[in-house]
Design a protein around this ligand. Structure first.
Ligand code: SIN
Length: 332
C-alpha cells in the first residue's frame, strides 16, 4: 500500500473537466454508443466515487464539456493556459484533466510540451459513458487522482491513466475503437500500473517535457495550420499541394513502412520543400523509426503522425528554423 495517503499528508488535486465519454450521458444504461459526450459536470462524476476524498483534497472546475472530436488547437491552447494558472498556485499539488479519448493523445502531448511544471499532471478518459452499466469513468478517475497525489508522479511529464495503466503522454495512442483497454503505450510509453488506487511505476520518459521543455505558453499566440497527408497505394499526389494552397504552414506525411512514399508524392514533396514548406516524415505503422530519403525532409522519429503534427505546430508557432525543428524531433 505504498500510496495510502493519511489526512495529515493529503495533497490538493485540482480536477479540470473538458468533456468526453467519461462525462457522457445516455437515456439507457445499455446505450454505449448513442450518448451525449461531455453532458455531465466533473462534480457529478466525483459523486459516483465518494471514496476519492480519502485520496486527496479536491477542487473542481468544468473548463468545457465537448466531445474531443471537436477539440481544436485553440481549445488545447486555452486549456493549457488555464492548467498552467491552476498549477502555479502554491496550494495545488497536482492536476487531473478529464477528456474525451478520441483526441486525448494529441491534447496530452501538447500539455506535455508546454506546461512549465514538475507537479503531476494526469489526463483521464473513459470508454463507457457515465450512464452505462460497467462504466469505467469513476474507477479511471479514482486511479487518476491516486496517481496525481503520488509523489512518484512528480517530474514525469504529463501522464495518461486508463484501464489500470499509467502511460506517458508522448507514447500513448488510442488503439481500439470501442473496448476498455483502448489506450496503448507502444514500445516505450507504458510507465506502470495503478490498481484500486495503488500506484506502481516501472519506467520514466526520457525525452524533454513540461518544466524541461523550451516551449513556453507566454511565447505562443496561436498554432499555425499543419496538415497530415496519409499515404495509400495510388494516392493522388496533388492533394499534397492542395494542403499548401489551402494555407498549411507545414505538412506531416504518414508514409508507408519506414517512411516511404510513391514517386509522384516525392515529386510534389520536393517542390513544397523548395518553396520553404516544412515537411516531416512519419509512418502509418504503429511502432518503429523512419528514415529520411529526401534532402530537406525532417525525420519524425517514432512519433505518430498526429503527435508529429502537434510538435511541428509548436515549433512553427515560435519561429524555429528547419534545422531547429530537426533537433526538436530528436529531443521531444
Ligand atoms: C470523445 O472523444 O469525446 C468521445 C469518445 C470518448 O471519449 O471515448
Amino acid at each position: 500500500m505504498q500510496n495510502m495517503i493519511t489526512d495529515k499528508t493529503k495533497k490538493k488535486i485540482f480536477v479540470l473537466g473538458s468533456g468526453g465519454t467519461i462525462a457522457g450521458l445516455a437515456a439507457s444504461p445499455v446505450d454505449f454508443m448513442g450518448y451525449t459526450a461531455g453532458a455531465a459536470g466533473v462534480d457529478s462524476l466525483l459523486n459516483r466515487v465518494p471514496e476519492i476524498d480519502e485520496l486527496a483534497e479536491l477542487e473542481t472546475e468544468d473548463f468545457c464539456g465537448i466531445a474531443s472530436e471537436n477539440a481544436t488547437p485553440e481549445v488545447w491552447l486555452n486549456l493549457a493556459r488555464r492548467a498552467e494558472q491552476i498549477l502555479s498556485a502554491d496550494d495545488v499539488d497536482g492536476l487531473v484533466v478529464t477528456s474525451g479519448t478520441d483526441t486525448l493523445e494529441e491534447m496530452a502531448y501538447f500539455l506535455n510540451l508546454v506546461l512549465d511544471t514538475a507537479k503531476p499532471v494526469v489526463v483521464v478518459g473513459a470508454m463507457r459513458p457515465l450512464s452505462a452499466y460497467g462504466t469505467d469513468g469513476p474507477v479511471n478517475l479514482y486511479n487518476a487522482v491516486a496517481v496525481a497525489a503520488n509523489p512518484q508522479s512528480e517530474g514525469k511529464g504529463v501522464l495518461v491513466v486508463m484501464n489500470d495503466t499509467i502511460i506517458s503522454a508522448r507514447g500513448v495512442n488510442k488503439q481500439d475503437s470501442c473496448r476498455l483497454n483502448t489506450m496503448g503505450g507502444g514500445d516505450f510509453g507504458t510507465l506502470g500500473y495503478v490498481v484500486a488506487g495503488n500506484v506502481h511505476f516501472s519506467a520514466a520518459p526520457c525525452q524533454r517535457h513540461t518544466h524541461n521543455s523550451e516551449f513556453r505558453l507566454t511565447e505562443i499566440r496561436d498554432l499555425p495550420p499543419v496538415d497530415i497527408f496519409y499515404m495509400s497505394a495510388g494516392v493522388d499526389a496533388r492533394l499534397l499541394s492542395a494542403m499548401a494552397d489551402l494555407g498549411a504552414c507545414g505538412v506531416v506525411l504518414a508514409g508507408f513502412g519506414n517512411g516511404t512514399f510513391s514517386d509522384s508524392v516525392g515529386d510534389q514533396l520536393h517542390d513544397l520543400i523548395d518553396e520553404g514548406l516544412v515537411c516531416v516524415i512519419t509512418s502509418r505503422c504503429q511502432t518503429g523509426l523512419v528514415r529520411v530519403t529526401m534532402p530537406g525532409l525532417v525525420a519524425g522519429g517514432d512519433l505518430s503522425p498526429q503527435k508529429a503534427r502537434v510538435l511541428l505546430m509548436l515549433a512553427l508557432a515560435v519561429g524555429k528554423t528547419t534545422e531547429e525543428i530537426e533537433r526538436c524531433f530528436i529531443e521531444y
